[in-house]
Design a protein around this ligand. Structure first.
Ligand code: AHG
Ligand code: MN
Ligand code: MN
Length: 334
């Protein structure tokens, strides 16, 4: 069997009527931008690309040089092709409308240009997360409100992971497909298709240093995992925390597990740390497409109606059995 590139996968999907040509083009452009970001990530200190950019984003977080570069690469790659109306990013307070000297298209693109910023300078896996929505309103000018659609309206989502290999993980609502960058060919090659997350797991991912701040249901769940085979769960659990959501989610897609970034008492007015529209939604779409579940403790994340571009959300996602237990503990606690 000859190798299947991302382009071929997308063209086949177009021929089968699964995606229109402009969405195919959009995904190819995003993947091309990710190759450019991978190149910069690989250069690191050699091109003086590590360290802080000396600025902050709207979340009040210090921007790393690579956060800024990845954002610019995605904007420049996507603004001229005629497939988009506007973009939104973790690194920009407001939406970016396609300038009127370029053709306008029917899609909205959201991204976390570089996820796992705290891992950039220590050479640990980082990534890019993206989400695609349709522009459904007729207004000529794009408004921030046009982006306020629940995650169940996404037409595609995915991420690039810059790790030992650079990979591109994609869903167009037809399962989850994984492509690995072949640097000799310069293309992403299909290396895993129709990914399914095992329903049971013995592995959880949470930042344990926040334990004292957790809510009761989260404490109960993790305590029971820690109790091991003599406890109520009757099995020993292992723990992993990369601190790059993209890497933690990739591990879960690959071999199962559960990932939690719950609400906690450090900043009780914030729903959580992670952002709904360009972190939680695209990942939730992938996780559900792979047979897993993704919730905020009250509801399915994909059903949350966004109220703000940079809105935060509690996240619990992964293997079905574990997320069902978490949902039960949260429901019992209400
Ligand atoms: P970003 O680098 O895009 O701001 O996202 C970082 C997020 C996410 O990737 C990760 O799961 C989480 O922050 C790690 O947070 P802690 O440092 O609190 O563990
Ligand atoms: Mn992130
Ligand atoms: Mn980021």
């Amino acid at each position: 069997m000859s190798k299947i590139s991302l382009s071929r996968y997308l063209i086949q999907a177009q021929h089968q009527g699964k995606i229109p040509s402009d969405l195919r083009f959009l995904i190819e452009v995003v993947a091309r931008a990710c190759k450019n970001i991978a190149y910069n990530v690989n250069k690191g200190a050699l091109a003086n690309l590590l360290g802080s950019a000396g600025s902050s984003n709207v979340q009040g977080e210090t921007q790393q040089k690579l956060d800024v570069i990845a954002n610019e690469v995605l904007l420049e790659a996507n603004e001229w092709g005629g497939h988009l109306s506007a973009m939104a990013s973790e690194e920009m307070e407001y939406i970016y409308e396609i300038p009127n000297y370029y053709p306008q298209g029917g899609y909205l693109l959201l991204f976390d240009p570089l996820d796992g910023s705290s891992n950039i300078d220590v050479n640990v896996s980082i990534g890019t997360i993206f989400s695609v929505l349709r522009k459904t309103s007729d207004n000529q000018k794009v408004l921030e409100q046009d982006f306020f659609q629940p995650g169940n309206k996404q037409v595609a989502s995915g991420y690039a992971l810059y790790g030992p290999q650079t990979i591109f993980v994609l869903t167009i609502g037809e399962g989850v497909y994984i492509f690995t960058l072949d640097r000799d060919l310069g293309s992403f090659i299909l290396t895993r298709e129709k990914v399914k997350i095992p329903h049971s797991t013995k592995e959880f991912a949470i930042n344990m240093s926040n334990m004292r701040h957790w809510s009761e249901p989260v404490k109960r769940y993790v305590d029971e995992c820690l109790a091991g085979e003599t406890g109520i769960r009757g099995k020993n659990f292992n723990m992993r925390w990369v601190a790059s959501m993209v890497a933690d989610v990739h591990r879960i897609l690959t071999r199962g597990g559960v990932f939690l970034y719950p609400w906690d008492k450090r900043e009780p007015n914030k729903a959580g740390k992670l952002r709904l529209m360009y972190e939680a939604n695209p990942m939730s779409f992938l996780i559900e497409q792979a047979g897993g579940l993704s919730i905020n403790g009250k509801q399915r994340i994909l059903d949350v109606e966004p109220q703000a571009l940079h809105e935060r959300v509690a996240v619990m996602l992964g293997s079905k059995e574990e997320v069902e237990i978490l949902q039960k503990y949260h429901t019992e606690n209400i």
